[in-house]
Write a protein that binds this ligand. Structure first.
Ligand code: NAP
Length: 465
């Protein structure tokens, strides 16, 4: 065997190892116990893939590659250091960059090959460029909405879906024309421009609350476009990685749609503009019962079972370590303490699991919604720390509510409900929570971290005195 053949063989073997690492990474990330290993496997897989690609003998000059590596590193490091609450928009930005790259590579490949592009190759190339372009602008829009640079509320108009689908249909028609005759080089820019506009139009009617599902779907599109690029570049690794990305993003979107009670067809057709329109709701002047840390600590100290429901407010306050101390204090008193984890609590899937794992809360104390809901009627105190929408009984009882049908944590079935939040502000969906007005509910007004600290002091005082 000659040297190039050996080098190519080595590259293919390293690619195979990378692909295996990507698959293991996804598998390991499905449990908090092995998630760290999963991240390492993914990183190692990517490092190997990049190194193997750099060995490719077709590379004649490394200058541009070096510039790209430096630029990528300069952009990547700050992106890796964002606050955890900003991870959804950060993820959207990563998809935008990936999709832009796919579109640019597709464009370069087309102009290098035109007019001699076989029909299959042209079809895949078109798919790559269409998906890449719409994912690029769609992801930028999604990031802008989540970062509140763009208005979060959905912007809708009559016939919106028809306009959007027509745009997509025109892009597909252009693609078909190019497959029939790849020599129409002047048509190609249209196949980029129309999906770029479509990406913007697709996100405009979607409210901020549904953005995570959309980001996960865009993740899926980015993966599919990368897989298409794999066919164009004849890279099996890209096909495997793109397919993994595409299918895992799709599965996550389906899971999130279910958890937020959005029909998946609505997600696909970008039709959930209506979701937040009635969000302001009608605010009645009703009274709530407040309690001090001293009063709350007395009730908690006398309880047999406590279920803690963490939410976005706990993440904002970075209260997880105080919550861990609080968990220890209650457990030391022989109280059974568990955590109820809603699949969309916080601002990204697994948000609460990550925070509680960071504070070393035992995994077996973290219960999913389906496991904990039957336990609430036997629970003495449901203590909600910075969660809101995921506990709102309107999801069960009020057909007019924008979150109607969303599965929630049945905290209202516990004997006593306590809610730590700073005031009466609504949560992400922008609606009032009926839970706060129940006779059994005590509002503990304050910052999550500070209030849990106060509870700890009161409990310590009680046991000291
Ligand atoms: P939420 O409904 O957004 O409510 C969070 C609550 O935390 C607010 O009512 C706020 O009230 C309180 N809060 C904020 N800062 C606080 C602090 N420093 N201390 C104490 N309380 C604080 O949160 P959630 O119940 O976790 O529900 C998540 C929502 O986000 C759902 O609507 C979900 O659909 C959506 N979403 C989920 C994901 C995901 O993938 N997990 C992603 C994006 C959006 P005050 O201002 O009165 O304190």
């Amino acid at each position: 065997m000659n040297t190039p053949a050996i080098a190519n063989g080595t590259i293919q073997i390293v690619y195979l190892i990378s692909a295996a690492l990507f698959i293991l990474s996804l598998k390991w990330m499905s449990s908090p116990r092995s998630a760290r290993r999963g991240v390492w496997a993914g990183e190692l897989g990517m490092l190997l893939a990049i190194c193997a690609t750099l060995l490719y003998r077709g590379i004649v000059d490394y200058t541009w590659i070096a510039i790209a590596l430096v630029l990528g590193t300069i952009i990547g490091i700050p992106l890796g250091n964002v606050q955890m609450t900003a991870v959804p928009q950060r993820t959207a930005l990563s998809h935008a960059f990936g999709a832009l790259c796919v579109s640019l590579v597709g464009t370069a490949e087309y102009y290098l090959r035109a007019p001699h592009v076989p029909a299959f190759m042209m079809a895949v190339l078109s798919m790559e460029v269409i998906l890449g372009s719409l994912t690029f602008t769609g992801s930028l829009m999604a990031a802008g909405k989540l970062q509140e640079i763009l208005p979060q509320r959905p912007i809708t108009y009559k016939g919106q879906n028809i306009v959007n689908l027509s745009l997509l249909a025109i892009a597909v028609a252009v693609a078909v024309a190019l497959v029939i005759n790849p020599g129409h080089t002047r048509l190609f820019p249209l196949m980029i421009a129309i999906p770029l506009v479509f990406g913007v139009m697709m996100i405009v009617p979607i409210g901020g609350a549904d953005m995570p599902t959309v980001i996960s779907l865009l993740n899926s599109y980015a993966g599919l476009s990368a897989a298409a690029m794999g066919f164009v570049l004849d890279s099996k690794l890209l096909i495997v990685a793109g397919a993994l990305d595409g299918s895992s993003g799709f599965i996550l979107s389906v899971i999130m749609s279910k958890a937020m009670n959005r029909s998946f067809t609505n997600v696909l057709f970008g039709a959930f503009g209506q979701v937040q329109t009635s969000a302001a709701g009608i605010q009645e002047a009703r009274t709530v019962r407040g309690a001090t840390a001293e009063e709350a600590a007395a009730i908690l100290g006398a309880a047999n079972s406590v279920v803690i429901v963490p939410g976005y407010g706990m993440a904002v306050a970075q209260a997880q370590h105080k919550v861990r101390e609080f968990y220890d204090a209650l457990t030391r008193r022989g109280i059974d303490v568990r955590f109820a984890i809603h699949p969309v609590a916080g601002r990204m899937p697994g948000h609460m699991n990550v925070l509680l794992a960071e504070a070393d809360i035992p995994y077996d104390k973290l219960l999913d919604m389906d496991a904990i809901n039957p336990e609430f009627p036997q629970t003495d105190v449901a203590l909600i720390i910075g969660a809101n929408d995921v506990t709102n009984p309107a999801a069960r009882t009020d057909p007019g509510s924008p979150i109607y049908g969303m599965p929630i944590l049945d905290v209202d079935k516990a004997k006593t409900v306590m809610v730590i939040k700073r005031g009466m502000s609504p949560g992400f969906a922008g609606i009032d929570n009926q839970l706060y007005y129940l006779d059994k509910t005590l509002m503990l007004f304050g910052d999550a971290k500070a209030f849990v600290g106060d509870l700890l002091r009161e409990l310590a005082g009680e046991s000291g005195g």
